[in-house]
Design a protein around this ligand. Structure first.
Ligand SMILES: [Zn+2]
Length: 167
């Protein structure tokens, strides 16, 4: 099917994509995929390395978001692991403490989301289960979108970005 339709990108949850690529590779040892766009859970360094080496994957990108607000963040070509640009012209992201007060840059807190594009069902300072820390360090890609260090959505610590071992 990949050859028939010229597929060069897979999009989905990390664990589902890894399982899909492993099945494709098992069925066709020459299988390659150029780009992987994943969300919903971290991808291990071992899985990323395997994709690059065994499947010729050139870009592996994480996005973060919520069901209600859609996309909150993305990784440019320079960001990896927990670091994501936020999409401030789509959703305004704030990081706050347990009482709702803004936390200083670099300090972990809970993400609040205000939708800037959704007119029919807007979200205003809506708390999420996701935790992150804001960074004021500009990204070397040159984009002006803020950068956050994304911890995750209150999962077990073993699911945090860059700490999960490959199965
Ligand atoms: Zn960047």
């Amino acid at each position: 099917m990949k050859r028939e339709f010229g597929i060069n990108v897979f999009v989905g949850m990390a664990s589902t994509l890894i399982e899909l690529v492993r099945k494709c590779k098992a069925g066709d040892p020459e299988f390659t995929i150029d780009k992987i766009l994943y969300a919903g859970q971290p991808m291990s360094a071992a899985d990323r390395q395997w994709l690059k080496e065994a499947c010729g994957t050139k870009r592996i990108v994480s996005i973060i978001g919520t069901t209600e607000a859609n996309q909150l963040g993305y990784q440019c070509e320079r960001l990896e692991g927990a670091f994501h640009h936020v999409v401030d012209d789509y959703n305004w992201v704030e990081v706050v403490d347990d009482e709702g007060a803004p936390v200083p840059d670099g300090q972990l807190g809970r993400i609040l989301v205000t939708s800037l594009q959704k007119k029919n069902f807007p979200l205003t300072a809506t708390p999420s289960a996701m935790r992150a820390a804001c960074s004021r360090q500009p990204c070397s890609c040159g984009r002006k979108d803020r950068v956050i260090e994304y911890e995750g959505a209150g999962r077990h610590p073993r699911d945090r970005y860059d700490e999960r071992e490959s199965p």
